[in-house]
Design a protein around this ligand. Structure first.
Ligand SMILES: NC(=O)c1ccc[n+]([C@@H]2O[C@H](COP(=O)([O-])OP(=O)(O)OC[C@H]3O[C@@H](n4cnc5c(N)ncnc54)[C@H](OP(=O)(O)O)[C@@H]3O)[C@@H](O)[C@H]2O)c1
Length: 246
């Protein structure tokens, strides 16, 4: 995949993996556009990265996904790459948490429905432009769930399945459909308490871009590669191992 001279949307480009991607992709591309809920984080990214375009929205709201897509169609018709990266996670005890169903709705809307909505609304536009690509960010946990994240694993496993179908349904050569499965990465996602196995965000993004430049469609980064293999060969062991990590 071509990694230069694109117009790129990175959802959740104001923090962690999205922000690192924004830093790197801003160097060689025509435009990088990011979105997120917090105006403050968007402004901080813009102050750091000259020429960055920001858009404040909450992707858990269907209406705001529509508004973002309309704005992109009008203002950036040259858009050709979408990176569906924004997501959130709730660590909960499903049976004990009285607000579990409210959390479910926000997580499903943000992690699963928003990427699907944006793809549906923007596919036609990006495929009119040269080198169109859709990149969905998931996790090694699509193969083996971690019990502290009852909804997160499921939203990402569903996004994995949808991405495979989208690849099968889109006309050959029309649009590159890529999925990137990350292992634990040291970002604000972990609220200052990343797991011991977390890799640096710079390494995670460098490996992702390396996979993209080689034209890979499913890019498993570091530990996600191992989890994929172990979950295929000895699934019971993989489930125990993933749930014994501190
Ligand atoms: N870090 C890890 O260990 C890890 C491992 C595997 C996969 N991943 C995946 O990598 C991606 C990025 O994670 P990260 O670690 O970089 O997390 P992060 O630092 O928490 O960043 C998440 C980004 O998403 C945005 N966001 C969250 N909810 C949103 C919403 N409703 N509407 C719009 N923007 C929203 C956040 O901005 P606002 O808060 O301002 O909205 C932020 O910019 C996610 O898809 C995650 O599942 C991460």
């Amino acid at each position: 995949m071509k990694l230069s001279n694109n117009t790129v949307l990175i959802t959740g480009g104001s923090s962690g993996i999205g922000l690192e991607l924004t830093r790197v992709l801003s160097k060689n591309n025509n435009r990088v556009i990011i979105c997120g809920r917090s105006e403050q984080k968007l402004n901080a990214a813009q102050a750091e990265i000259p020429g960055l375009i920001t858009y404040q929205c909450d992707l858990s709201e269907a209406e705001q996904c529509h508004e973002l897509a309309n704005w992109l169609r009008k203002s950036y018709s040259e858009l050709n790459v979408i990176i569906n990266n924004a997501a959130l996670v709730n660590k909960i005890d499903f049976l004990e948490d009285s607000f579990a169903l409210d959390k479910l709705e926000i997580e499903v809307n943000t992690n699963l429905l928003a990427p699907i909505r944006l793809i549906k609304m923007l596919y036609e536009q990006i495929t009119k432009n040269p080198h169109p690509a859709i990149i969905n960010i998931t996790t090694g946990l699509i193969y083996t769930p971690r019990a502290i994240y009852p909804f997160y694993n499921a939203t990402k496993a569903a996004l994995h399945s949808f991405t495979q179908v989208l690849r099968l349904q889109s006309k050959p050569g029309n649009c590159k459909i890529v999925e990137v499965m990350f292992p634990a990465v040291d970002t604000p996602w972990h609220d200052g308490n990343p797991p011991k196995i977390a890799i640096p965000v710079e390494q995670a993004v460098a490996e992702m871009l390396n996979g993209l430049s080689k034209g890979k469609e499913e890019i498993r980064i570091a530990g996600a590669k191992i989890l994929y293999l172990v979950s295929r060969l000895i699934p019971g062991f993989a489930l125990k191992k993933v749930n014994s990590l501190s």
